[in-house]
Design a protein around this ligand. Structure first.
Ligand SMILES: Cc1ncc(COP(=O)(O)O)c(C=O)c1O
Length: 452
């Protein structure tokens, strides 16, 4: 990019801004406009890379110990949809966890695969899905292993729970079913580091990463990796990914991937993740000094970049709103907790600011708790109802439909996906029978349903 910018004296190609600011009121720095290049000579082609982008892919494959890696400029989302597409050539059903991200459902809609739903551990104290137990995976695999095109696992979960991927990968290999791990929240789990074991090291067939959630690349970047002994054909995965990517990739995003690789390669990466672990340990220790706060610590492994915390006897929104009022912005409220996310960009100063906010919380605590109205949901131990899948998500979105007020949609077959972000976990999936609880758990006014 630098060579091209230095050499080019006149542009008669896209983009139309020609590397110049449209006018002086732009919020984007001048340099960014100059760097907004396209697939020019020497800059390779994202859909079939052979030059600088192929180099980036092989550097990433080497770093995460994959057999092959592909770049995504549509986040982990495109990687997960591409994975579903690739599986569709192997069969018609796929094992999908209840906490799958909505991009997996998009993949089902586009590929035509039928989901067989399975549950990870439901944590009632926190109102969230936890890790997948190998014993539950074994049960479903024994029941329907032979027919499955693949198995999807989310690890780490949005709250940071890590599943025993090595045990699940072993079971999948035994049943001859490819394992796809949505590790969007775990790209920092570098092999041979202080971090918990990554899904690639544990033997998954396809692993999908976001590069912007905990690492340092710009938002929208991701990677799709094939494991060392993956049964997935790389060409098929690349073809599927190409269906989902722009033909005008942003070189600003691509160069942020390069920058991230520069940060992670060699000892620097190990040192960066060690630092992240130290910050996380410090922060958890600080949080534990507040008797009013509880930190999520599932019985299996937990990812240090995700810290879910709750204020006893208060709605998660109370803690969230308090922190934002102090200029400290958490990631989200999640179940009964508030999610704090660390990344390689986290600094000591961020931790100090949070600590000062917590000190202020102490003096406001009684007032906050008095004002907090604890909702029935928090008390009642609500958990999402079972999904009864009548049609495949694709059939449901293709059939004749009508839009109904939510209360009249109960017991009908849904024709749309409801999965508010964050966390993007589906509340209603196209093709499922709409449960009565929808009126309680989803703030949906209207719903598209199939005309049967
Ligand atoms: C579990 C999970 N998987 C996948 C994604 C999609 O990642 P991206 O934003 O990189 O497309 C998200 C995003 O929030 C997620 O939480």
């Amino acid at each position: 990019m630098a060579r091209h910018i230095a050499f080019e004296s006149a542009s008669f190609h896209t983009p139309g801004h020609k590397g110049r600011l449209g006018d002086n009121s732009s919020a984007i720095p001048t340099e960014t406009w100059r760097q907004d290049l396209t697939e020019l000579p020497g800059l390779d082609e994202l859909s079939s890379p052979t030059g600088v982008l192929a180099d980036l892919e092989s550097r990433a494959a080497c770093l995460w110990q994959a057999s092959e890696t592909m770049l995504s400029l549509n986040g982990a989302s495109a990687g997960l949809v591409a994975a579903m597409f690739t599986l569709a050539a192997r069969g018609s059903t796929v094992l999908v966890p209840r906490n799958a991200h909505r991009s997996v459902i998009h993949g089902l809609i586009l590929s035509g695969l039928f989901p067989v739903w399975y549950e990870s551990v439901w944590d009632d104290d926190w109102g969230i899905w936890g890790p997948v137990l190998a014993t539950s995976a074994e049960r479903v695999l024994t029941r329907c292993g032979g027919e499955l095109a693949g198995v999807v696992v989310v690890s780490p979960t949005y709250a940071g729970a890590i599943s025993d991927i090595a045990a699940i990968a072993h079971l999948c290999k035994f049943h001859g079913v490819p394992l796809i791990v949505d590790e969007a929240h775990g790209a920092h789990l570098l092999p041979n580091s202080v971090m918990p074991c990554s899904a690639l090291s544990a033997g998954a067939d396809i692993v999908v990463h976001s590069l912007h959630k905990t690492l340092t690349a710009l938002t929208q970047t991701g990677l799709v990796h094939l494991g060392k002994n993956s049964s997935i054909e790389p060409h098929a995965l690349r073809a599927a990914l190409n269906l989902l990517q722009t033909s005008s990739p942003s070189y600003i995003l691509l160069s942020s991937i390069e920058q991230t690789l520069n940060t992670l390669e060699g000892h620097k990466g190990q040192a960066a993740v060690e630092q992240l672990l130290c910050y996380s340990t410090d922060l958890i220790d600080t949080l534990k000094t507040f008797p009013e706060l509880v930190v999520y610590q599932p019985r299996d492994q937990i990812d240090p970049a995700h810290i879910l915390v709750k204020l006893r006897q208060a709605e998660p929104q109370v803690f969230y709103d308090f922190l934002t009022s102090q200029g400290v912005f958490p990631e989200a409220t999640l179940g009964k907790g508030t999610l704090l996310m660390l990344g390689l960009g986290t600094t000591m100063s961020d931790l100090n600011t949070l600590q000062s906010a917590l000190a202020t919380l102490r003096s406001h605590l009684n007032q906050l708790l008095d004002e907090s109205v604890v909702s029935a949901r928090l008390h009642a131990g609500w958990r999402p109802p079972e999904v009864i899948q009548i049609l495949s998500p694709r059939q449901a979105v293709m059939m004749p439909q009508e839009v109904l007020p939510a209360h009249r949609a109960v017991s009908r077959v849904a024709a749309e996906l409801i999965a508010p972000c964050p966390p993007g976990i589906p509340l209603i999936v196209p093709g499922q029978r709409v449960p009565e609880e929808i009126l309680k758990f989803a703030s949906v006014q209207k719903l598209k349903v199939v005309i049967e």
